[in-house]
Design a protein around this ligand. Structure first.
Ligand code: MLT
Ligand code: ZN
Length: 942
């Protein structure tokens, strides 16, 4: 098919009939009948119509799903992006099977103008269309056959369409490059394929794809599959590239890129599991020296997965590409993984260890999806945890295998588990398996419950089934359901036989249902009885102890809990099962066993409370760092103690006393946990006299470790390097005078040499830039802003954006806020993050809150209500609110802007959090303040 068959037409310009592209004899008749029904579905109109309300009464009546009576078999799709005019046109022929006679066929369409339609049977015989309709609310285009029902069989629907490339950064869109150039890319997950081509945009409508892209001659075209042919058209200076027929896949995994990037390639050694194949990594031409790290991790992680899953990589090639404008961190488009640049590019000279670990995590996550998610896909989005929880856990397993010194299994606690245990201890949480229907609800469920809780309960499952059993079950599952769609039950049935070898009388399905089908998690309470027996009971853990809720769970908010424990004598990893239906279970220790710590390495998704004297014993043990307490156990105890105190279950004095062991703590993960607790407390105490005492207390705790750290370049291994950065950051944030002085000197030295002084090593840059800017003058800020505008390295840009939000001077922050709105300064993908950064600064919090309320409609116009990132801005800005006045402001704002779109549940989370904060102040503030005061007095008197 040649591109000169079509002349350019943007949706808002002349509509060109694409009749030459149709083959049926009857084309013109249909074209005529359809011409009058040409529809335009454009961004703003649609986002108002469709995206605004999340759950109205109407939503319950409207069926957002397509009929299951028609299934797509193949898409033959050609797309002509026009980078100059920022639009595209396309033609799709969808071959489909009609399983039951029907009078209409529906496909998803959004923001496209349909210019032409025809419908044929499999022998290319024309079938009369009666009428066509757009149903914007459902993002559906309907072809009606009137009274002439079409019978079962195979048919072909051909549609010609046009769309815009400049309406946002989802769907098929344009990304701007340096020097006025641009590229086109796509991001379809979860419901945006319909913005690029009419399709059956639901994950279980798997079909094959024959993709053709028309691109400028000097550009590269990429898609899921390998290129099979190309032909140049000199008159239009375009080249038409056709890709091999794909394997069956979901629409959200299709991907199209046209760019002028370079790449590096490497061979994936499959160890005989399938054929070896090439992994290529693409980036803008001047950035190709920054893709070696991604290539290296990509190669090793892919080879790990092939061996782990024992399933060949399903496609003939694998590409990864860094795209300058990218809405999420990355997306697992099959065979062509798309990344935000910060999730992919690493310049060894400038990138911190933390940046590298984060890049590696994203790459390992997306690669895990090539099998889990892509080869086997969840049936519907309400089980998205199958994709996301699994990839989030596998990323940790693969990195643990290929980079063991990073200790990712311990870091799982601070990166994944601890934060979701807070989210899930609120009534605004939701079960892992959650009903979703609308596009807003679908995007909103890409949240920490699906990712973090999903990963955490898989980790718990692996803990009690064993690593090899888990691996075998997963491998069986992938082999059994390849190219298919599944529900949670099917994953569990694949694991069940292995589970049964260990626990023949239990049901894995039942156990896991208690974790996936109800929200929240249990608190296990330990009570000593006579003869060294301990009685364990369970109850739902909620951060607000006064919260009341309906018993709307089929398991009555009780769980089937795998109990493990350790004592002074041994670690017991064999499972004591605490059934949801049992009142209690008992642990019986021998006489020589002292000290009981439950939930080894915090593998179980639950918290544990002990009587006060047991907590005191634990604190004493921590002070001598008994070997019985592993790195993860120590982090676990810190995390549980603070959560229990926040919930009013444990006196706050205990949680605070626990931190007194920290001077002997030399490992990163417990310090990372403690640091999160201190920042939690500082948020609460910031405007009170106790804040200074908190800072002094932290200074006291770190003083020993601080003197062991260097501000100079070092050759520490990764985890020691992370500890150093953590300790120095705590020193700077708590105002340790020596740290403050050094930071300021190093920063000014660097700033006044216009950023050319490279003494600051990558691991310390975030900290030195940020705290160096704390007391910045307007002049300092302007200098840093100028450096930011010149900066080309994306990791460095991120650090600078953060530092620009640090000053205490509100006028400076206001200027930043204004400049950030202009896309020439801050890309749209980063704007919401800048708002969050400024709002984290106490001087900027009110500023951002006012800005967001005053300009809400403008924000909605730019990001749409379907953006979960816009929705999540509200809980981020209000996370520290703790007054009735602020709560009222939120309520009024939500009332005035009642359409929350994908942010509906985020609003609920924000409200509950602020209500909890208000209670925290009245319940705990004075206890914490006096504990700190006494402690600081005691230090002074020494
Ligand atoms: C993921 O890999 O977790 C998702 O694809 C993120 C996204 O692009 O929305
Ligand atoms: Zn994912």
């Amino acid at each position: 098919m040649k591109s000169d068959m079509m002349s350019w037409a943007c949706p808002h310009k002349v509509i060109v009939m694409l009749s030459l592209l149709s083959f049926s004899l009857f084309v013109s008749t249909i074209a005529l009948s359809v011409k009058s029904t040409t529809h335009r579905v454009e961004g703003n109109i649609l986002s108002t119509d469709i995206s605004k309300k999340t759950k109205t009464k109407e939503d319950h009546v409207i069926n957002y799903r397509l009929s299951r009576d028609v299934r797509p078999l193949n898409y033959t799709l050609i797309l002509w992006p026009d980078l100059e005019r920022r639009c595209f046109k396309g033609q799709v022929t969808i071959r489909m099977r009609v399983l039951r006679p029907t009078t209409n066929i529906e496909v998803h369409v959004k923001n496209l103008s349909i210019n032409y339609v025809d419908f044929n049977d499999d022998a290319n015989r024309f079938v009369q269309i009666n009428t066509t309709n757009l149903i914007p609310k459902r993002e559906v285009y309907e072809v009606q056959f009137g009274h002439n029902e079409i019978s079962e069989g195979v048919y072909k629907l051909t549609l010609n369409f046009t769309g815009k490339l400049d309406t946002g950064i989802v769907g098929f869109y344009q990304s701007k490059l340096r020097g006025g150039l641009s590229m086109v890319a796509s991001k379809f997950q979860p419901t945006y394929a319909r913005q690029a081509f009419p399709c059956f945009d639901e994950p279980d409508f798997k079909a094959t794809y024959d993709i053709t892209l028309v691109k400028p001659i000097d550009y590269v075209a990429l898609s899921n599959m390998n290129e099979i042919s190309k032909s140049v058209d000199k008159s239009t200076k375009t080249e038409t590239v056709t890709f091999a027929t794909s394997v069956p896949m979901s629409t959200y995994l299709a991907c199209f890129v046209v760019c002028n990037f370079d790449y590096k390639e490497t061979l994936i050694n499959t160890s005989g599991i399938g054929k070896d194949f090439t992994l290529r990594s693409f980036a803008q031409k001047q950035q190709t020296h920054k893709i070696d790290f991604a290539q290296d991790i990509g190669k090793r992680a892919t080879e790990f997965y092939i061996k782990y899953y024992e399933v060949p990589y399903p496609l003939p090639k694998l590409d990864m590409i860094a795209i300058p404008d990218y809405v999420s961190g990355a997306t697992e488009h099959w065979g062509l993984i798309t990344y935000r640049e910060t999730s992919f590019l690493v310049d060894e000279a400038t990138t911190s260890s933390q940046n590298k670990i984060s890049v590696a995590n994203t790459i390992a996550h997306e690669l895990a999806h090539m099998w889990f998610g892509n080869l086997v896909t969840m049936k519907w989005w309400d089980e998205v945890w199958l994709n996301e929880g699994f990839a989030s856990y596998m990323q940790v397993k693969s990195l643990n295998a290929i980079e063991p010194s990073w200790t990712m299994l311990d870091q799982f606690l601070t990166k994944t588990l601890h934060s979701v245990l807070v989210t899930d201890a609120k009534l605004s949480s939701h079960p892992i398996v959650q009903k979703v229907e609308t596009p807003d609800q679908i995007t909103a469920i890409f949240d920490s419950i699906s990712y973090n809780k999903g990963a955490s309960i898989l980790r718990m499952l692996e803990g009690f089934i064993g690593e090899e059993n888990f691996r075998k079950g997963v491998s069986d599952y992938l082999k059994k359901y390849k190219y298919g769609n599944t529900v949670t039950q099917e994953l569990l049935s694949s694991l069940e036989p292995y589970f049964k070898t260990l626990y023949p009388h239990l049901s894995l399905k039942y156990i896991m249902d208690t974790w996936t089908r109800q929200m929240g998690y249990p608190l296990i309470t330990v009570r000593p009885a006579a003869n060294n027996i301990y009685i364990l009971t369970q109850s739902r853990f909620l951060l607000d102890p006064a919260a009341t809720y309906d018993d709307d769970s089929e398991f009555h908010y009780r769980w089937y809990v795998p109990i493990t424990y350790s004592t002074s004598k041994e670690k017991r990893d064999d499972i004591l099962w605490f059934a949801d239906t049992s009142d209690s279970v008992e642990i019986s220790l021998s006489d020589d066993e002292k000290l009981l710590k439950i939930n080894n390495n915090q593998m179980g998704y639950y918290r544990v409370n002990y009587p006060l004297d047991m907590w005191s014993q634990i604190i004493e043990q921590l002070k001598v760092k008994s070997n019985m307490l592993t790195i993860s156990d120590r982090a676990h105890l810190l995390d549980d103690a603070f959560a229990l105190s926040d919930a009013g279950i444990l006196p706050y004095d205990i949680a605070l006393s626990l931190t007194q062991y920290l001077p002997v703590e030399k490992d990163f993960v417990p310090w990372e946990t403690a640091s999160a607790k201190f920042s939690h407390l500082s948020k609460k105490l910031i405007n009170t006299p106790a804040y200074e005492n908190l800072k002094k207390y932290v200074q006291h705790l770190i003083s020993g470790l601080y003197t062991e750290q260097s501000w100079e370049k070092t050759n520490l291994d990764v985890i020691q390097g992370l500890l150093r950065t953590r300790v120095l950051t705590l020193a700077a944030s708590s105002g340790l005078p020596d740290a403050e002085r050094r930071v300021r000197n190093m920063f000014l030295n660097w700033l006044n040499s216009h950023g050319t002084n490279t003494i600051i090593e990558p691991d310390l840059r975030s900290l030195i830039y940020y705290y160096g800017m704390k007391h910045a003058s307007a002049e300092d800020w302007e200098k840093l802003w100028a450096l930011y505008l010149q900066e080309e390295d994306v990791q460095e840009q991120t650090k600078l954006r953060s530092a620009l939000s640090a000053p205490e001077d509100v006028a400076i922050l206001k200027r930043y806020l204004n400049l950030a709105w202009d896309e020439k300064n801050i890309r749209s993908q980063d704007y919401l993050n800048v708002l969050q950064l400024i709002s984290t600064n106490p001087s900027g919090n009110g500023l951002v809150w006012d800005e967001v309320r005053n300009r809400w409609n403008t924000l909605v116009d730019r990001f749409t209500l379907n953006s979960r990132y816009l929705g999540n801005l509200i809980p981020a800005i209000t996370s520290g609110f703790n007054t009735e006045k602020q709560l009222q402001e939120m309520i009024s704002f939500f009332e005035e802007n009642s359409e929350a779109g994908a942010g509906a549940s985020a609003r609920q989370r924000a409200l509950e959090n602020v209500r909890n904060n208000i209670k925290w102040t009245s319940s705990h503030q004075s206890t914490v303040a006096s504990w700190l005061e006494n402690y600081v007095k005691a230090i002074k008197s020494i």
